[in-house]
Design a binder for this molecule. Structure first.
Ligand SMILES: [Fe+2]
Ligand SMILES: [Fe+2]
Length: 282
């Protein structure tokens, strides 16, 4: 086992917090993703989870600041926290505008997550909480990767919305190993992060599906055909999430490290769009 796996993050990956703001208030009144309620609701449902989720990620990593001796990792932790804080801010206004426009209760959607987090903060050890964050960060990293790899994922989306999601995906990629490296540096065990992943996968899926059902009810009314078409969009031959299974399973490998999936080349063009990169694709 690696006492510190920081060295496995490529040296030329910088974590750049970009203070972006996106004007999405008006477009959120519409089915902004190709006029398709399912596609729109899929992304909106994830957005709903971010402000609370990302606060939890920040807190669980923050709890270990000063508890490992690795100035480079410490520097990347600062970058990670800054990026997630800006993501929170942008997704908070996204969510508020969305719920206002669609007449959906943000409180209702957040309440379940809030309760689960309250439970986790009370009954899980700091290392278990960090393990949860490591697992969630892997899920966001492979979703971000799919967004870049499968252009169909954002095809037909409103340009401002597409930009926002690409920006978020880019930064999730840049900091994808930070929580993992902290976890390893403080002695986190493989079995614990595997277990965390099993829980977190169920948790995440449950919340996304529940939010989608609530949102789709407001957008269109839930219909079977809508979900069937939606599943094709996500998991079909040209599906937005295709190719996710193997990178997901890789997390369970004993020697896994997030940068085993070296997608620097894939994200370099997105970096030039948002700036601040030192990536030098091989
Ligand atoms: Fe984020
Ligand atoms: Fe993240």
């Amino acid at each position: 086992m690696h006492s510190s796996s920081a060295s496995r993050t490529p040296q030329n990956v910088e974590i750049v917090p970009r203070n972006q703001h996106f004007n999405v208030e008006e477009v959120l009144q519409t089915n902004w993703h190709g006029d398709d309620p399912f596609k729109t609701a899929f992304f909106d449902a994830m957005s709903i989870l971010f402000p609370l989720g990302e606060q939890f990620f920040i807190d669980s990593v923050k709890a270990y600041r000063g508890k490992f001796d690795d100035p480079e990792l410490e520097r990347r932790v600062r970058g990670f926290m800054a990026q997630e804080a800006i993501h929170r801010r942008e997704h908070q206004s996204y969510n508020e505008a969305l719920c206002r426009a669609r007449g959906v209760s943000l409180r209702k959607m957040e309440r379940v997550v809030y309760r689960r987090q309250k439970f986790a903060r009370k009954f899980l050890s700091p290392l278990q909480q960090l393990g949860g964050t490591v697992a969630f960060e892997h899920l966001t990293a492979i979703l971000a990767d799919a967004l870049f790899r499968n252009p169909e994922a954002l095809e037909g989306a409103h340009p401002e919305m597409a930009a926002m999601w690409r920006w978020h995906a880019l930064e999730e990629t840049e900091h994808k190993a930070v929580a993992f490296d902290v976890y390893m540096a403080v002695g986190g065990k493989t079995w614990r992060r595997r277990l965390a992943m099993a829980f977190v996968t169920i948790e995440f899926t449950q919340h996304v599906v529940r939010n989608m059902r609530l949102l789709l009810h407001a957008y269109e009314g839930s219909r079977l055909e809508l979900w069937r078409g939606g599943f094709r969009f996500l998991f079909g031959k040209k599906g937005a999430l295709r190719g996710l299974w193997q990178p997901y399973l890789d997390f369970y490998k004993k020697d896994f490290h997030p940068w085993d999936h070296d997608n620097r080349a894939l994200v370099s063009s997105v970096m030039s769009e948002f700036g601040g990169a030192t990536v030098n694709p091989i």
